[in-house]
Design a protein around this ligand. Sequence first.
Ligand code: GCW
Length: 702
Amino acid sequence: MKIKVIINIFLLAVMHMAVRADDGHDLWLRKINASPLKVVGAGKSQKMAIAMEELNSRWLGEADATVTLTIRPDKQIKPDGYRLTANSVQATTESGILYGVYELLRLQQTRQHVRSRVSNPSYQNRLLNHWDNLDGSVERGYAGRSIFWKGKDNVAVTEADRSLWAGYARACASIGLNGSVLNNVNASPEVLSTANLKRVKAISDVLRPYGIRTFLSVNFSSPKLLGGLKTSDPLDPTVARWWAGKIKEIYTLVPDFGGFVVKANSEGQPGPQDFGRTHAEGANMLADALKPWDGIVMWRAFVYSSTDKDRARQAYSEFMPLDGKFRDNVIIQVKNGPIDFQPREPFSPLFGAMKKTSMMNELQITQEYLGHSKQLVFLSTMWEECLKSDTYQEGRGSTVARCTNGSIFGNKYTAIAGVANTGLDSNWTGHDFAQANWYAFGRLAWNDTLSSAQIADEWLRLTFGSNDQNEINAGKDELWNTEFLKPVKEMMLSSRETAVNYSMPLGLHHIFAANHHYGPGPWYAPTGVRPDWTPPYYHQADTMGIGFDRTRSGSNAVRQYHQPLTSQFEDLNTCPEIYLLWFHHLPWSYKMRSGRTLWDELCFRYDQGVQQVREYQKIWDKSRNYVDQERFLRVQSKLKQQARDAQVWKDGCLLYFQQFSRRPIPYEIERPVYDLSFLESVNPLYIIRSADNEKEIIPNHY
Ligand code: GCW
C-alpha cells in the first residue's frame, strides 16, 4: 500500500516536471525547437538582422524551406504593412518585414493555415503609454517598478537596462506595436532635462531596431518650471521659442522621435487655461514647434471640474466647441468611456462627434479599476465592445474604430494608445493572465476588427501550448484542446463580465474605495472631499432607488449621443440593461426584463459574479497537468484572492445598498459572510503604501 502511494507521488512529480517551470518572462515568445531554413534577401541592417534571428530561432514551417524577404514599393501595402505567403514576406519598409515575419511565425505556432494576403495596420501609431515616474514608481502600476526609470541619481544606462528594454521592444514588435510614451502623463518637467533626455536617447536606440518610436509626456509648465521663464503662456513668443529649442535638442538626440502626450488642465496639471487660453491654443503652439520635425501632439480630453453636476458630460462640453481649431498634427486622445476606465461605460460621445479633428482612443491595459494584477480579467472583450460600438455619427456603421482609424474622416494621422501594465516583475505584468491584455491591445491596435475569441486562442496557444512534435503526434494535442484550451479560453472570455457582475453590474460605476480603486467603497463620502471623488455622487442610492439620471429630466448627458442612441438610451424600453443605472435613476421595485425587481436583479448579478469566480477556480485546478508548476500555483493563488475579493464586493455593496432598498436579499442567494461595519472599517487598509511608494500591498485577508 505504502509503495503504491510512493509510486503515485513519484509519477505525479514526474508529470509536473515534464511541464518545465516557467517564470513567464518570455511571454508569448517562449523558446521553441525550430526547424532549419534558408532566408534570402535579408540585407544587413539591425532590423533585418532581428527578422533573420526570429526566423532562425522560431521557424516551425517545412524544414529547410527557403523564405524570401523583399522590400519594394507597392500601393496596396502601407508603411508598416506586409504581403505574406507561406514562405515569403514582402513590404515597403523594413518594419513591414519585421511585422510580417512575426505574423508568419505566429500563424505557424498557432497551427493556422498561411493564406497569401496583404495586412495593413488599422492605426499608424500603436502606442503604449507608460505612467512611469522618473523616480521609478509607476502610477497605477501593479507589476513592480518602472522598466525605464530608476531615480535621479541613477540615470546611467547599464547593460542590464539595455537587455530589458530589448526584451520589451521585441514583445511589443511581435504584436505590431510601434511606439512607447516613456513617462507618466502626470509629467515631471524634469523629463526634459538634458540628463534625462540622454537616457531617453539610450532607450530609443534600443527600441528603434524593433520599429518602436519614442514619445514623451510633457508638463505644460515646463518653460517656467524647467526653463526658468517667467511664464508658460502658449501665446508668449519666448515660451514658443523655448519649446522650439527643447524640441530641437530632442530630435538631435532622437532623430525619429514621435512627439508629445499632454495632460493639461486636468486633475491639477497645468495647462493653457491657466493663462486664459484654450486647449486648442495650447496644443497648437506645441504642434507648430513639432511640425518641422514631423512630430505629433496627443492632447488628452480627460478633463472635469469639481463644480459640474455630471462629470460624464464635461469632456464633450469642453472640446466640442473647439472642433476644427486644432492643427492637423494634433490628435485628441479620448478615454474609451466618458468617465474613467470603469469596468463598463458606454463609449465616449466625443468619438465621431468632432468631425474636423483627429481623435484617438485611450484604453487602459493596467487594471486600475479591474482588480489590479490580482484578478484575472481579460480586457479584450471590453475593448472590442468599445471599438465596435456604433456612434451613428456618419450613419449606421460609424463605429468608434472607424471614427478613429481614418476610414471615415480620412485623418492625416491616426493612433490608438493603451496605458501599459508592465513593470520589473519577472513576468512583466504581475498576473500571468495580465500578459494577455498587453497582447490583446497590440493585436487590436493592428487589426481593430479582430475578435477577442481569436486573440485569446492565439495567446493561450503561444503562452501555454506545446510545440513538441512528439507530443502532438502522440495525440496529446487533442487532449490539450479539450481539457485546457477550451475551458480556459471560455474563462478568459467571460472574465470581464464576471468582474462587472461582482463589482458594478447594470451600469453602476465608480463605487470604488478611495484612492487605490481596488475594493468596494460605495459608502465613502467624508466631509470636505469633492463630491465627484466620492461614490455616492455616481450611484445616487436613496430610499427611492438607485442610478444616475442622465436623461432629459436629469443631467441630459444622453443628448451628447447621436440619434438613434439618444432616444434608445433615454427610453427604458430600449436602454440596454448593461447601461441601465448609468443613464437612469430607478425605483428598487422597477421591473427588469427578467421579471425580477431591480433590487433582486442587483443581488443576482453580484451573486453570479461570485459564483463565476468560484467556477474559474475549478477550471484552473483542472488545468494543473497542462501548466508548469510555477505559473499554475501563481494563478491558483491569485484566483483564491479574487474569490475573496468578489465576496467582499458582493457583501459590501449589497449590505450597503440594502440600507436604502430595505428589502431582503432573495433567499435563493448565498448569504453575506462579512459585516458591513467590518468592511467599512477595513477600507483604508486595503492598501498600505510602502515607504518608497514602490508597491501597493493589499492584505490577503480582509
Ligand atoms: O484614472 C485616473 C487615475 C489617475 C490618472 C488619471 C489620468 C495618470 O486614477 O491615476 O493619472 O486617470 O488618466 O490622467
